[in-house]
Ligand binder design. Structure first.
Ligand SMILES: Cc1cc2nc3c(=O)[nH]c(=O)nc-3n(C[C@H](O)[C@H](O)[C@H](O)COP(=O)(O)OP(=O)(O)OC[C@H]3O[C@@H](n4cnc5c(N)ncnc54)[C@H](O)[C@@H]3O)c2cc1C
Length: 389
C-alpha cells in the first residue's frame, strides 16, 4: 500500500477502526451490489452500528462529536478501503443543518435516534430539473396555511430518499418577485417521508452511471407542520449554505480516498505485470504518470487538512473548502485514468473494480457542486472579478 506522507496526524486508530468495518465488504460484495443496482444496506448498517456515521453529532445527543478533520478521515478511509461513501455520506452531514439551526425539540427528537441508527436522515432535496445550479430560482413552493405549510413542486437527484426516514427540503416561502434579494424567501423543512411516499410524494428512481440511489420526486399537496421548519422562515438558503463547507471537505476526503485506492492498485499492478520481459512499471512512460497522480493526491490531501483545520477552528473556510473539493476531485479523476491505463484491457473487466471506482469518482466533477461553479465562486469572491452569471 502507498505510504501516507501528507497526513499531519496519522489518525492510525481511526483509520484502523473504519477499515475493520469496511473490509468486511469485499470486492464480490460491491460487484454484486453494482450488478443488481441495489443499495448497500448491510454496508451502511455496519458503519452506522459501529458509530462512524454519527461522528459529527454532539455527545449530548449520543454522537461521538469528532472534529471535521477526523470525520474527513473516516470518509477517506471508507473509499480508500474500496467502499463507496456515496451510499452513506448523507447520514454524516445532512443532519448538520439540525445541529446548527434546529430547535431544541428538533434536536432532542431526531439526533439521538439518528445516532442510535433507529432512523436515517440522509436525503436532501435542493436541485430542481428546470433550474439546476441556479438554486435561488427553484420553483417548489411552500404556502403557509395556519399551523402547517402546503408544498407542491418537483425535485431531481434526490439521493438516498428510499433509504431515509427524513428528508431535508428547500422550498420557496416567498415568491422570487416579492423578495429584495433572490437568496431570501427560501425555507428549509424536515419532512417525515415514510408516510408521504406514494401519497403526496411520488418517487421515480433515476437509473444512472453509478450505483447511486437517486430519484426524481413530485410533490403535490404535502402538508408540513410549522414546527418542522428549521430556523426562521425565509433564511433557508443561508442554513443550507452554512453546511456546504463541511460537505465540500468531506467529499474532498472521499476523492482523496479514491485517489489513494487507484494509486495503490496502479503501482501494485505496475510492479507485477510483466510484458516484454520486464515489469511494466519499469518503463517511465508507465511509472511517471502514477507518481504524478500521487503528488496531486498528496497536495489535495494537504489542502483538505488545511480547510478542515480552519473549519474546526470556527474560521471562515469557504474558499479553502471549495479549493480542496476541486483539487481532490481533479486528483482522484487523474488517478482513475492513470490506474485504468496502467491496467490496459484488464482495467475494463468488472472483477478488478477499477471501472466501477472510475465511474464513481467521475461523479465528483459534477456533484454536489460542479467544477465550473467552484471556479466562478473563487473568481468572484476570492479574486474580486465580475460575477459571471
Ligand atoms: C448522482 C447524483 C446525485 C446527486 N444528489 C443530489 C442530492 O442528493 N440532492 C440534490 O439536491 N442534488 C443532487 N445532485 C444534483 C447536483 O448537485 C447537480 O447535478 C449539480 O449541482 C449540477 O447541477 P445540474 O445538474 O442542474 O447542472 P446545470 O446547472 O444544468 O449545469 C450544467 C453544466 O453547465 C455548467 N454551468 C452552468 N452554469 C454555468 C455558469 N454560469 N458558468 C459556467 N458553467 C456553468 C455546470 O458547471 C455544469 O457543468 C446529484 C447529482 C447527481 C448526478
Amino acid at each position: 500500500m502507498t505510504q501516507q506522507i501528507s497526513s499531519p496526524h496519522a489518525f492510525t486508530e481511526l483509520r484502523d477502526g473504519v477499515r475493520a468495518v469496511v473490509s468486511q465488504f469485499d470486492s464480490r460484495y460491491w460487484q454484486e451490489i453494482d450488478d443488481a443496482r441495489t443499495f448497500p444496506e448491510a454496508f451502511v448498517k455496519a458503519l452506522t452500528d459501529a458509530g462512524w456515521l454519527s461522528a459529527l453529532i454532539p455527545e449530548e445527543y449520543g454522537g461521538s462529536n469528532l472534529s471535521l478533520t477526523e470525520a474527513s478521515v473516516v470518509m477517506e478511509e471508507i473509499n480508500r478501503a474500496g467502499g463507496n461513501s456515496g451510499a452513506c455520506h448523507g447520514q454524516m452531514y445532512v443532519m448538520g443543518c439540525v445541529v446548527r439551526h434546529g430547535s431544541d425539540k428538533q434536536k432532542q427528537d431526531l439526533l439521538p435516534r439518528i445516532a442510535r441508527g433507529e432512523i436515517r436522515m440522509q436525503s436532501m432535496a435542493v436541485t430542481e430539473p428546470t433550474t439546476g445550479s441556479d438554486t435561488t430560482r427553484l420553483k417548489t413552493m411552500a404556502v403557509r396555511k395556519g399551523d402547517h405549510y402546503v408544498v407542491s413542486g418537483q425535485k431531481v437527484w434526490t439521493s438516498r430518499l428510499q433509504h431515509s426516514d427524513y428528508m431535508l427540503l428547500l422550498a420557496r416561502t416567498t415568491p422570487l418577485a416579492e423578495v429584495k434579494k433572490k437568496s431570501e424567501g427560501l425555507s428549509v423543512f424536515l419532512v417525515d417521508v415514510r408516510s408521504e411516499i406514494g401519497k403526496t410524494i411520488t418517487v421515480r428512481p433515476i437509473r444512472n452511471m453509478v450505483n447511486h440511489e437517486t430519484n426524481e420526486i413530485f410533490i403535490d399537496g404535502l402538508e408540513i407542520p410549522v414546527e418542522n421548519r428549521i430556523g426562521e422562515e425565509g433564511k433557508g438558503l443561508k442554513y443550507i449554505l452554512d453546511g456546504l463547507n463541511a460537505e465540500r471537505i468531506l467529499i474532498a476526503a472521499e476523492c482523496i480516498g479514491d485517489g489513494y485506492w487507484f494509486i495503490d492498485r496502479a503501482s501494485a499492478y505496475a510492479k507485477e505485470r510483466v510484458v516484454f520481459d520486464r515489469p511494466i512499471g519499469q518503463n517511465q512512460g508507465v511509472q511517471f504518470p502514477i507518481a504524478r497522480a500521487f503528488v496531486n493526491v498528496e497536495a489535495a490531501s494537504l489542502m483538505r487538512y488545511h480547510a478542515a483545520a480552519m473549519f474546526d477552528a470556527g474560521q471562515n473556510c469557504g474558499a479553502q473548502a471549495n479549493m480542496s473539493k476541486l483539487l481532490a476531485a481533479d486528483a482522484s479523476w487523474e488517478a482513475a485514468n492513470v490506474c485504468m491505463q496502467t491496467h490496459g484491457g484488464f482495467g475494463f473487466a468488472s472483477e478488478y473494480d477499477i471501472e466501477r471506482k472510475f465511474r464513481e469518482t467521475r461523479l465528483y466533477q459534477v456533484a454536489p457542486i460542479s467544477t465550473n461553479l467552484i471556479l466562478s465562486y473563487l473568481g468572484e469572491h476570492v479574486l474580486g472579478m465580475p460575477r459571471s452569471y
